[in-house]
Design a protein around this ligand. Structure first.
Ligand code: SF4
Length: 465
């Protein structure tokens, strides 16, 4: 059994995971476990304690086949809900089915090896993703809704769990506890395994990425026999180095605007990591930020953003905001709209404030009527869209590197991808037109250069070259 993440909560769906076979199989397991962990699933130590069991099988020799089939049988007897993946899953059975289904017809799904996407799809069908109030602070309108992405070429890398802050609208620390950073050597080893397994885009996530290592007092760890500090700057540096030979992207999420982030921006300018920062500002007015108890609320965010843009002009900033927070005056809200225009936030999402059970903000004075919160959200989104569309328009005529997410028939009829400015699922996409050259093919998980020819809502339209 493998552990995904600590401290399950009573409502968290739990998955039992058995990984059999060779190191390649183990890499597949890590990929699936990383994805499960990023989505908030936990692991169970026993079959009975799980809501569902995944068995990653081996089919190399008869003994391995027997062991795999026995393990599936055991999981079915003790749990009942079983998904099978791995080499044995690829072995055909009678009547066009699989060998696994011939022996164990009640399994929920069977996939072959290297099929993280299909496994995740089967998990979602049978055990829905837990609600994550933090990740869910993102409006669906910006996502690539309905598009089937293939996470084999991108993966989330969780660098820490929990959070030391106590934002008044958030209950994450009460569910997940204080910040616990993963050892830097483990994080880098996982990154390397993911790249070696075919990942072309690594998405660094946590509740507070900038705070990485604070709990460990930035202790020095080891990677590849060399000392590395448990600190974001060193981590990002190393991730960039590890990604380089694979030609892969590294993207940072949930970065708070602490002064230390200024040191990361030159790494973006130097191409070590993507010039993309996901900074959840939530508001701009210092008094609202204080009521929210936001980290870095005293920072001069506008000046900071200007400095980032001066150091790295291509930087793209995504952020989320809350409109109608308790006590928010019209003047404070206007401050937020001005900030949005001046900071030129490339991708902004906004939620109308709503109570979260157990959050301190519920007790704050000055609760606004729901209609007013919604009205402010709509006004915010109108400005956000203006800014975002103008920024997208300015890309027309440029040539960009695009990671292909979807390309049926090798892209003969075009496909869908993303540039460095678009994180999967939360930002826009690049609609790729059919290539003009007959010899040009689009392959999922590979990069193509594309010439931007137009804007379509929050997306770009591009001609692969
Ligand atoms: S920084 Fe604030 S919003 Fe983010 S997880 Fe911590 S307490 Fe919640």
């Amino acid at each position: 059994m493998n552990d995904v993440a600590p401290a399950p909560t009573p409502t968290t769906p739990k998955i039992g995971f058995v990984s059999l076979g060779c190191p390649k199989n183990l890499t597949d397991s890590e990929l699936i476990l990383t994805q499960l962990s990023a989505e908030g699933y936990q692991t169970a130590k026993t079959f009975e304690g799980a809501d569902l069991v995944i068995v990653n099988t081996c089919g190399f020799i008869d003994d391995a086949v027997r062991e795999s089939l026995d393990t599936i049988g055991e999981a079915l007897a003790e749990n009942g809900k079983v998904i099978v993946t791995g080499c044995l899953g690829a072995k055909s059975g009678k009547d066009g089915g699989t060998l696994v289904q011939d022996v164990h017809p009640s399994v929920l799904a069977v996939t072959g090896p290297h099929a993280a996407q299909e496994v995740m799809d089967a998990v979602h069908r049978n055990l829905p993703k837990p609600h994550d109030p933090f990740l869910d602070l993102v409006p669906g309108a910006f996502g690539a809704a309905g598009i089937k992405l293939t996470p084999r070429h991108y993966a989330y890398l969780k660098i820490s769990e929990g959070c030391n802050h106590r934002c008044t609208f958030c209950i994450i620390p009460s569910m997940r506890g204080d910040l616990v950073s993963r050892p830097v050597g483990d994080v880098l080893a996982e990154a390397k395994a993911l790249f070696a397994g075919g990942v072309k885009e690594l998405l660094v996530v946590s509740q507070d990425t900038s705070a990485y290592g604070v709990d460990l007092k930035y202790r020095t760890g080891f990677w590849d026999g060399q000392p590395v500090k448990t600190r974001l700057l060193e981590l990002v540096h190393k991730l960039g180095e590890i990604a380089e030979p694979y030609g892969a992207w590294v993207r940072l999420h949930y970065v708070y605007p602490y002064p230390s982030v200024d040191e990361i921006v030159p790494l973006m300018a130097a191409g070590k990591v993507l010039p993309y920062l996901d900074v959840p500002f939530q508001h701009s007015h210092p008094d609202v930020l204080k009521r929210m108890k936001r980290p870095a609320s005293g920072e001069k965010n506008l000046e900071r953003i200007e400095r980032w843009r001066a150091a790295c002009p291509e930087i793209v900033i995504r952020s989320t905001f809350i409109a109608g927070f308790p006590g928010e005056t019209e003047e404070e809200f206007q401050h937020l709209l001005d900030f949005l225009r001046e900071a030129q936030i490339d991708r902004a999402g906004c939620f109308a404030y709503s109570d979260v059970a157990g959050a301190a903000a519920n007790q704050l004075p000055g609760m606004l009527p729901v209609a007013l919160r919604e009205e402010r959200r709509a006004r915010f989104m109108a400005v956000a869209e203006e800014v975002s569309v103008a920024k997208l328009q300015s890309r027309v005529g440029a040539s960009m590197q695009v990671l292909v997410d979807h390309a049926p028939g090798l892209g003969r009829k075009g496909g869908i991808g993303r540039s460095y400015a678009d994180a999967p699922e939360i930002d826009g996409v690049v609609h790729l037109l059919p290539p003009q050259k007959i010899s040009k093919q689009l392959k999922v998980g590979e990069f193509t250069r594309a010439h931007i020819v137009g804007v379509q809502g929050h997306d770009l339209v591009a001609q692969p070259v």
